[in-house]
Unconditional design. Structure first.
Lengths: 316, 147
């Protein structure tokens, strides 16, 4: 029993949540910026640029608007960061980490997933800025839109993996029967997940809640200094969670060898997923209007995910 | 702050643009050629930020018209310290072609301390980049003192 708690504590604070998720998330953010720069024929910032940003932000002063709700304004970024760190601790890594025993099936993840988005909403609405309020409403709309295909995708994977609701069970099923990425029934669900990633990260077509040119960064408009740094950390960890989950759901392929082979292999898979779903997508698309994005998510990713769900039911 | 971390503090100067009644010429230079999209000052860690609260280096274009003056000063006040100001184009420096007009309140440095002047109508991208580099150096000194 005590052992379980220590286990969970390590998972939350060091690996795979905590320090590991922060470090890899920031590194991935840096690689994303370089990749986008290269696609636009530029040199791009150093890989560690997100880390430098955090260091700089932590030295700047915190300004809080007079009419803002102080407590919620300060709590929102912390809540978001904690939510994403807990998520990171719950997602297993094939061949390396089985997840906290007895905690965290896909429904828990689905709920925790919305915490970072909720943090944006609280931050935006408590800042008392009209742009923050617009960002809040946009974030809410897009969250409702992308959660439908996400739910359908998770269900399709669970049904296909013999009604296994735990991520560890899903990975075990795929290790025995081949990854879902090579399974024709599950390919539509994978495509839906590919579209969900930029939706939740606010990249490319779906850079709507934080649109710089329209709502001057929306919810984070009034944040400055260390509080903004917390939001940056949150989004780095969230990126890592989304990528790890994608790998766990669709391609938890193992290489022969122990942890030291499979952990880098996992990171490489995450990197490939990020370069396609975030960097390439971000560099090659513009921004949709919020109503277009809502309809887009209800039409294409949802129907793709439903096709997979139906297929998984019929072929059981 | 810790000594080891302190040496990285100056590596992310974020840019913020204020249009003080500019004709949009300098803004086009800033947005599409001079900085990030073509000549890539992102390699210095620069990034355009949409909110004045995130800004480190402020790029001001335009001659400060009567209508926009209050707003420009207010936005400028909202930027947290330390901040460095760059006047882009001849307008904020002397008024340019709009000089002596009834609707111009400039030059800009009557109201806002300007650290770097980049004259031109519009300035060449290379000149703007040199201005940014100089501003980065000034900002580096300032932030090292704060950190």
């Amino acid at each position: 029993m005590i052992n379980d708690y220590i286990h969970a504590g390590i998972a939350l604070l060091i690996f795979p949540g905590g320090l590991f998720a922060l470090a890899t998330g920031l590194l991935f953010k840096g690689m994303d910026r370089i990749a986008v720069a290269r696609l636009q024929r530029r040199v791009g910032p150093p890989v560690l640029q997100p880390v430098f940003d955090i260091i700089k932000l932590s030295t700047k002063e915190i300004l809080i608007p007079e009419s803002a709700n102080d407590a919620i304004f300060k709590l929102a970024p912390m809540m978001g960061l904690m939510g994403s760190l807990v998520c990171a601790a719950l997602v297993p890594i094939a061949g390396v980490w089985k997840g906290i025993p007895g905690a965290g099936d896909i429904f828990v993840l689905l709920y925790l997933f919305s915490l970072p988005a909720l943090a944006f909403m609280f931050g935006g609405s408590s800042s008392s800025s009209p742009f923050g309020a617009i960002g809040f409403s946009r974030e809410m709309v897009i969250m409702f839109a992308y959660e439908i295909p996400l739910l359908a995708t998770l269900l399709a994977v669970a049904v296909r993996a013999d009604w296994s609701l735990s991520l560890d069970g899903i990975i075990a099923y795929q290790t025995a029967n081949g990854p879902f990425l090579l399974d024709p029934v599950m390919i539509p669900a994978f495509l839906a997940y590919l579209l969900f990633i930029p939706g939740t990260m606010g990249a490319g077509l779906f850079d709507i809640p934080e649109a710089e040119e329209e709502v001057i960064e929306g919810p984070v408009l009034e944040y400055s200094g260390p509080l903004l740094a917390l939001f940056n950390l949150m989004s780095a960890v969230k990126l890592m969670v989304v990528l790890s989950l994608g790998v766990a759901l669709f391609f938890p392929l193992l290489l022969p060898g122990g942890i030291w082979v499979n952990l880098p292999f996992h990171l490489v898979k995450c990197l490939v997923l990020m370069l396609t779903a975030v960097s390439l997508f971000r560099a090659s698309t513009g921004r949709l209007r919020i109503d277009q994005a809502f309809i887009f998510f209800l039409k294409y990713p949802s129907s793709l995910a439903y096709v997979s769900l139906l297929g998984a039911f019929l072929l059981r | 702050m810790h000594k080891y971390l302190k040496q990285f503090v100056h590596k992310s100067p974020w840019l913020y643009r204020i249009n003080a009644g500019s004709c949009n010429g300098c803004d086009v230079e800033l947005a599409t050629t001079a900085l990030i999209p073509r000549y890539d000052v992102e390699r210095l860690g620069c990034k355009y930020c949409g909110s004045p609260r995130h800004a480190d280096i402020v790029l001001i274009s335009g001659p400060l018209t009567t209508r926009v003056k209050e707003r420009v000063l207010r936005v400028y006040e909202e930027i947290p310290h330390p901040k460095v100001t760059v006047a882009v184009g001849i307008c904020p420096i002397s008024g340019g072609v709009f000089r002596d007009s009834y609707s111009i309140e400039g030059p800009m440095d009557r109201y806002i301390p300007i650290d770097v002047n980049v004259p031109g109508c519009p300035p060449r991208p290379q000149a703007i980049m040199e201005g940014i580099l100089k501003a980065c150096e000034i900002w580096k000194k300032q932030i090292m003192e704060v950190a």
